[in-house]
Design a protein around this ligand. Structure first.
Ligand SMILES: *[C@@H]1O[C@H](CO)[C@@H](O)[C@H](O)[C@H]1NC(C)=O
Ligand SMILES: *[C@@H]1O[C@H](CO)[C@@H](O)[C@H](O)[C@H]1NC(C)=O
Length: 476
């Protein structure tokens, strides 16, 4: 590692630690007891070159919850003065939600999914959001999105339903982006119209509602006539280019790797056995119910883990499963099978994004703000494909942003910035890692274009020159 790089890594580390300690001060007392020591705090972004990443499961889980607190500092919209913001492309994961699966034979956590202004977490725009949504207009959505409720409204959450926390997370995201992109950089003209936006969501209520909350925080006047959400059937956002047999083969191999790693973890097997005894079902059935999803909901909402007459699920169980998840992610990076899946899975949406950026660079004013309201299984492949190996698993309400900038001094030159949860990760991407050494403040847009059109396929270790070829490679 050369010294310059070391300095950069240290700077990044500092940013990460500052963010981290900000969060650590705000965690609930009850969870703080569970061992977020200063030692583990210092290690959240370990230097991947010199030390093996040791991560604290409780600390990681808290980051995942993303409990709304004071607004974080963010690096969005930072550029030298002679750069003009041309377009912004935002990928979000939906906000905090109720579990997708129940732990069999246990009481589900009692969480209220109605939106109540005087209940925490609160946002100044929450009431106005509810009243605006309740006057929703059916013309604003592509079929079948019309049938979805526009905000969460069940006194006992339904499976997968967005919670008040989830709404507040995205109202905050929207407000933050509004301050930066609209107030500071004047991305949208004052007479903006529906043509300036491109909005797309999967067909789940939690993604549509998250997108609406973000837009409600973002837009200067949320006018239903100017909103049009398209429906995306695929969580990969691959539109007409979803058929890709080689991608599926990578995924199968990746799942096999995951399975083998789990078998090797005797502590995990023991914990699953213990939990299965508590809830009195076969271990296999418990594992299939994906208990960590439900346990994370208990954890994020400070609701104690469920008990039966045989005992209680407890923090030790949680820590072991969460630690295994972290180890699984580490092995996933090393073995690169997921990378193959990710490169092919993310290509269509990245290709679409660079096309939109190219049109904006040519001076077209349409679709200069894009919002894709999506899932962890959308953001994860994009992060991996971009080479952001150090990026954490997408937390609730995670945001990944592509900014396109024009150099006013050389108007034909455009640059790109990539931000993940407010952190500038541009020079960690595989298409701009090298560029960092040249000390230029910005990454040329051509690098991203070249990567998506060509280098992505080379990264697969194949001679394929196109998405179609790479997807249909024989003898893989
Ligand atoms: C979490 O729950 C415990 C026990 O129910 C309570 O004492 C504590 O104040 C709660 N913490 C927060 C931040 O709500
Ligand atoms: C990539 O984008 C171009 C231009 O929009 C389009 O013609 C092409 O079909 C896209 N390819 C894939 C694989 O998405």
């Amino acid at each position: 590692v050369i010294d310059e790089e070391r300095v950069m890594i240290l700077k990044t580390l500092c940013v990460m630690i500052c963010f981290a300690s900000l969060t650590v001060h705000l965690i609930p007392v009850s969870t703080a007891k569970n061992g977020v020591s200063s030692k583990s705090r210092k290690r959240i972004m370990p230097n991947p070159v010199t030390e093996p990443p040791v991560m604290d499961p409780i600390y990681e889980a808290l980051l995942y919850c993303n409990i709304p607190s004071v607004p974080e500092r963010s690096m969005e919209g930072h550029a030298p003065h002679h750069f003009k913001l041309v377009s912004v492309h935002v990928f979000i994961r939906h906000g905090d939600r109720y579990p997708l699966y129940a732990i069999p034979k246990t009481k589900q956590p009692e969480i209220d999914c109605t939106l109540v202004a005087n209940r925490k977490p609160y946002h100044p725009k929450l009431e106005a959001f509810v009243s605006h949504m309740s006057k929703g207009s059916g013309a604003s959505f592509e079929s079948p999105l019309h049938s979805l409720p526009l905000y969460p409204n069940h006194p006992l959450c339904e499976m997968g339903e967005l919670t008040q926390t989830g709404v507040v997370q995205h109202l905050q995201n929207g407000q933050l982006l509004r301050d930066i992109y609209l107030k500071k950089h004047k991305l949208l003209p004052s007479d903006w119209s529906t043509d300036h936006l491109y909005l797309e969501t999967t067909g789940k209520s939690r993604t549509l509602q998250s997108g609406l909350a973000l837009l409600y925080g973002f837009l200067p006047d949320f006018d239903w006539k100017k909103i049009y959400f398209r429906h995306q059937p695929s969580a990969l956002f691959c539109s007409g280019n979803c058929y890709c047999p080689v991608r599926n083969q990578y995924l199968e191999k990746e799942q096999r790797r995951q399975y083998l790693l789990r078998l090797k973890n005797s502590q995990l097997e023991r914990i699953y056995g213990e939990m299965a005894k508590i809830v009195d079902i076969p271990t296999k059935q418990l594992r299939a119910a994906n208990p960590i999803d439900s346990m994370l909901c208990h954890f994020c909402h400070n609701v104690s883990f469920p008990c039966t007459r045989n005992g209680c699920i407890d923090m030790e169980h949680f820590k072991v499963i969460k630690t295994h998840q972290i180890e699984d992610e580490r092995e996933r990076r090393e073995k690169k099978l997921y990378l193959g899946y990710a490169l092919l899975g993310a290509h269509p949406i990245l290709n679409q994004t660079i096309s939109r950026m190219q049109r904006a660079a040519e001076g077209r004013k349409e679709e200069i703000f894009t919002l894709y309201s999506a899932h962890d299984v959308t953001l994860s492949p994009i992060l991996s494909a971009l080479g952001l190996t150090e990026a954490r698993f997408p937390r609730f309400a995670a945001r990944l942003i592509f900014e396109l900038w024009q150099d006013r001094e050389k108007p034909s030159e455009h640059s790109v910035r990539i931000l993940y949860n407010g952190i500038d990760v541009t020079f960690h991407t595989s298409f701009c890692q090298e560029h960092k050494r040249s000390h230029k403040p910005m990454c040329p847009f051509e690098n991203l274009v070249r990567f998506v059109q060509k280098d992505m396929f080379a990264a697969l270790g194949s001679s394929s020159a196109s998405y179609y070829e790479a997807c249909h490679r024989e003898g893989f």
